[in-house]
Design a protein around this ligand. Sequence first.
Ligand SMILES: [Fe+2]
Length: 288
Amino acid sequence: MKAPRVSTYRGMIFASFAETGESLEAHFGPLKKYIAYWFDHSPVWRVTLSRPYRAVYHGNWQFQAENSTDGWHARYVHESALQMLERFGDRCRAVGWPGCTRGFAHGHGVLEMERNDIPPAVEEAFTEHIDVLNRRYGAETAEQIYLRRHIAIFPNLHLMEFKFRVIQPVAVDRTIIYEYPVRLEEVPDRINAAIFTRIAKDISVSSGSLVAGMVNADDVEIFGRVQSGLQAAKVPWLYLSRGLQPDEQRPTGEVVSERTDEVPQRAFYREWARLMASAAAEEGEDDL
Ligand SMILES: [Fe+2]
């Protein structure tokens, strides 16, 4: 099937099966600033994807879409991984994490936090990298670039810390996740090696680690359990109200709140519901 509309941004290729619709830039909206920060880690604003690893779970694709920008679940779902980090002397702050969540029109979201848990073995390379960013952009912008972000581009592409996550829905209760470690183009090899070490070898709080790691495995297990739990017809509604009251609407159009608030999740489902309702209206199914 030929995609009628194709656009690119920083080497990423996006396709739409809709003949008409808004441009990719309009779809990004104010999220574009954060996508740009993510690519600014490379002086030529490009990354190379490594071969992906793959996880399959028996649950709906939306669980992973919610999860990537969720700052609340880690201290529970990943408790055993966090304990392991502490036991082996890696850096870990399991409580009181600073940071924020951001929600956007069009369903995008961001989970943002300080990059303060770099393992000692690779700290030197990361320090060298932030020095490069400081010289290139100035300290203020470099600090913004260097923040650790999980950027959820609606509907199914996530720019995690130094990896791409692509969600492929297969059935209502079956999903494949592809995760592509990235290499920053035009940076010294030792910096990319440090990044890969952080992603692949450390039991990292942020990066999820690869197939044999502890963190993604936790999430995928929970997705399957949530799918089972949702069969309970006695509970008609699930609440995503965490942080609803302090939601702060910024002039840029983004909503910003604390790190554990469900701002990105609400943004996601608002857009999903809007699209589903408009599709139903087009088909004359106004009883959705
Ligand atoms: Fe998780």
